[in-house]
Write a protein that binds this ligand. Structure first.
Ligand code: CTP
Ligand SMILES: C[C@](O)(CO)[C@H](O)COP(=O)(O)O
Length: 224
């Protein structure tokens, strides 16, 4: 089974702010996106790593690569207007791989156990979507206020989301819709069923400066 991982890091990090987009900021002395790439390389040194970057920051990545000298090489692809388009661009770099993971470049804390769980489920069922429970009570807004939702009926969705090649390629041949915030949604809109699997609470998506504070703490205790 040949594997590929598309690491989407083509965003501009508006909610985080800073001199460079969050995927290039340092945690534990290393750029966030390098943590994500390294996790997939550690899982399988043979995996085809595809890195989607903002066109205007490809040269920054080249400088970081020279500075940090990762043990692996990556195929670099320019991103698109929305995350969906960045994934679509990443898919153009797929060659003969059978199973493809799509992962947010700003989720640095994934380990080989979790990545393996995702590839294994996708190999068996065609799709694998990691989710975690909500520990908070949940409310939905309605026209005259809000009402509670049954907490056990909702899940928080993470990446890597992993697919057989034919599933993800067919799903991404659709036209873009606003509701396409993750691959699971795109695949379901194309008629595929998705398999939910157990995610990991430490698999934080770095979105705001508060997340960066948490990421610094996790990084100081992370073993890699
Ligand atoms: N056009 C885009 C938008 C997002 N992403 C990537 O998708 C992941 C999740 O997106 P998000 O956290 O929303 O990142 P940004 O779009 O950069 O953040 P913001 O919305 O605050 O600008 C990130 O790794 C981001 O780089 C991407 O590859 N291409
Ligand atoms: C793909 C994702 O990380 C799953 O939780 C999330 O949907 C990305 O959302 P964003 O608005 O692009 O950060």
């Amino acid at each position: 089974m040949k594997k590929a991982a598309i690491i989407v890091a083509g965003g501009s990090g508006i909610r985080m702010g800073g001199e460079v987009p969050k995927q290039f900021q340092l945690i534990g002395g290393k750029p966030v996106v390098l943590w994500s790439l390294t996790a997939f390389y550690n899982f399988d040194p043979e995996i085809h790593l595809i890195l989607v970057l903002p066109q205007e920051h490809i040269d920054l990545w080249e400088r970081l690569r020279e500075e940090f000298k990762p043990a692996f090489s990556v195929t670099v692809v320019a991103g698109g207007a929305e995350r969906y388009h960045s994934v679509q661009n990443g898919l153009t770099a797929i060659t003969d791989e059978d199973i493809i993971a799509i992962h947010d470049g700003v989720r640095p804390f994934i380990d080989s156990v979790m990545i393996n769980r995702c590839f294994d489920a996708a190999h068996k069922t065609g799709t694998a979507i990691p989710v975690i429970e909500s520990v908070d009570s949940i409310r939905i807004l309605i026209p005259d206020g809000s009402r509670p939702l049954k907490r056990r009926d909702v899940k928080r969705v993470q990446t890597p989301q992993v697919f057989r090649r034919e599933v993800i390629q067919k799903a991404y041949s659709q036209l873009y819709k606003d509701c396409f915030t993750d691959e699971a949604t795109v695949c379901e809109m194309a008629g595929f069923k998705t398999t939910l699997i157990e995610g990991n609470k430490l698999n934080l998506k770095i979105t705001t400066p508060e997340d960066m504070m948490l990421a610094d703490i996790i990084a100081s205790r992370w073993n890699n």
